[in-house]
Design a protein around this ligand. Structure first.
Ligand code: 16G
Length: 241
């Protein structure tokens, strides 16, 4: 119910009410929420007020609209801290979700120029190109394309990369992963990415490039990935020094 005497704007109270109902799982992901007309009757406010509340929830990514169908509850976004260098498998485990992968490409190829420079290998050196769709609880989250030096990891195989690459590097190869430089950029899904990630063509994507380094300073992977922007948000604490 909205409190018309409250100093809080009515649209804000409606937003909070809908958020709470999602939190309590009265409304679950992909449920259709009541229409503007129904909500305006329930809350006893104008449709304009309801529309303002819904618009705000849509721009926050909490709800989404489908033309001619209605307004639906979105899947909750994964909050990924920007500090800390974790693997996909670890990230999902920490959230109580199950990580899995589908292997699209596993090949040895001559390093593309930019990759050879970033991996610090000769221009004609062999690298693995590994492309995986990464799933959380069976739902596609990202397409990751990793490049690693064949010389450095001669025994790497398909079975291993269906599991965790970082666990292979650390546990099997006994190498210490130290740091990475990372870049995040906004793009949109092309037809291929849309199919693989189960999102509409032109949906928002977070394109991430990571260059990862071992503790002895050797670069060991270059990763180019496309993350679903409707399922991921990146968070960090920042300090004014
Ligand atoms: C993360 C990393 C990726 C790394 C992968 C290893 C990004 C944004 N994230 O997804 O670089 O290769 O973890 O995960 O690039 P794994 O150990 O589960 O294979």
């Amino acid at each position: 119910m909205v409190d018309k005497k409250s100093p809080l704007p009515m649209y804000y109270q409606i937003e909070e009410d809908i958020k709470q109902r999602i939190e309590k799982e009265e409304f679950r992901p992909s449920d259709m929420i009541p229409s503007e007309r129904e909500l305006s009757e329930t809350f006893d406010v104008s449709r304009m007020t309801v529309r303002q509340a819904l618009n705000n929830l849509v721009s926050e990514g909490i709800l989404y609209r489908e033309k001619g169908r209605g307004t639906f509850v979105a899947e909750k976004k994964i909050e990924q801290p920007l500090q800390g260098m974790t693997s996909f498998t670890e990230d999902m485990k920490a959230r109580g979700m199950e990580a899995s992968s589908k292997l699209l490409v596993f090949e040895k190829t001559t390093a593309p120029f930019d990759i050879s420079r970033k991996l610090n290998v000769k221009e004609d050196a062999d690298v693995y190109k590994i492309q995986r769709i990464r799933y959380a609880d069976q739902k596609p989250m990202a397409i990751e394309t990793n490049y690693l030096s064949v010389d450095m990891f001669p025994d790497l195989d398909e079975q291993t990369v269906l599991g965790s690459l970082y666990s292979y590097v650390e546990k099997k190869k006994k190498q210490q992963i130290a740091k990475a430089s990372q870049m995040i950029e906004a793009t949109t899904a092309d037809e291929n990415q849309a199919v693989l990630l189960d999102i509409p063509v032109d949906a928002a994507i977070l394109y991430i490039e990571r260059n990862s380094i071992l503790s002895d300073g050797t670069p060991f992977e270059v990763v180019k990935s496309a993350y679903r922007a409707d399922r991921y948000k990146f968070i960090s604490d920042i300090y004014r020094t």
